[in-house]
Design a protein around this ligand. Sequence first.
Ligand code: UGA
Length: 434
Amino acid sequence: MKLSVIGCGYLGAVHAAAMASIGHEVVGIDVDERKIASLSAGEAPFFEPGLPEILSAGIASGNLRFTTDMAEAQGARVHFIGVGTPQQKDGYAADLTYVNAAVDALLPFLSPGDIVAGKSTVPVGTAAELAPRISDAGAMLVWNPEFLREGFAVQDTIDPDRLVVGVADGEARAADILREVYHPAVAKGTPFIVTDLATAELVKVAANAFLATKISFINAMAEIAEATGADVTQLADAIGHDARIGRKFLGAGIGFGGGCLPKDIRAFAARAEELGRGESVGFLREVDAINLRRRERAVTLVIDALGGNVVGKHVTVLGAAFKPHSDDIRDSPALDVAVRLRGLGAEVTVTDPQAIENARRSHPQLAYVEDRDEALRGADAVVVVTEWDEYRRELSPERAGSLVNARIVVDGRNCLDATAWRNAGWTYYGMGRP
Ligand code: UGA
């Protein structure tokens, strides 16, 4: 099927390449010329495992191309909208500028019978507002939220755990076209949920709100554990055995960041206020507050570990990305901790296997070192803030101990083997652990 994908950021670039890889003829469109040049050359503008391979294969097969010219959307049967919906500069609500601009630019090139499939995360009610403009052009709007995780984006797009398609009244046949688009997943029996536009929009924000709540719940337990001498990691293991609770997303530490969870819970709360239902999701403000407090807690642990003052102390920060397998530093708890320590007068050195380039651009005030061991040399304290395998599995406490000035480690992700580090002579501090 001929498809267009409007917006070639994280979501759009992966979607375009993944759709080409399952046999569709795809054009990816974006206003950013540099991004289009890079994608056209088969180069992913960000780090995502597996993406360069399907990008080059798609381009080589002729199934995939990228352009800045919206006119090239003409002739596609389905047009996916995958532009960003960032947090507004002066508030918590989502900024819909890019969604509206994408739809405006696309309208002249729609043909009767086309489908416009919104994938961006939007406040509930957005699709209902866009729908009349799209039906005036003889096309149909569906909402088809995306649940991909960065780091597993290709796999999550080609083989998702569910597909959700919201359709307008009387337009259920639009969902059948989406079934054809996602034929491999549909053929293997992936749950395919057809619903209304509002439910589809809400499924996405509800899923992210639930995940954020789960993380903040365990981080709240970490705070209680800190007050009582309990160990939150053992608590998470124990409650996680209950199949109704589950162990996933009960990783206590410096909390969630990235381009999705933080802004999505804020936008959800803002939308609920507009709907007169602010109190229904009032707990999301707590979820946000708990999450931000944990970053501060990691900083406090470093200060305490260094005897109450970090001025002039060499602190090595292991990690900059908001999570491993990603070079994304948007709202990264890791960088937030680094910046706070530097603000308190510490000499901070940051390293990361993938995110240094992005981190340097956004936080030029920090010192960056590519090589992990080089970064550790002479440290008065080490803080682990992104649980890359390079730190979690591959860094031996003995090796690290031979490089640093003082064996003090703050494990902001509870990802190190505390016993092994203590046995190697380190003073180990976890989050919510004795
Ligand atoms: C999230 C959702 O998981 C995806 O399903 C969704 O499609 C995506 O947002 C989106 O809206 O586009 P992502 O932002 O890639 O995906 O990252 P997650 O894997 O959800 O992790 C988010 C943050 O939570 C990271 O900073 C991670 O370190 C943190 N986290 C995760 C914890 O602190 N503890 C955990 O137990 C799990």
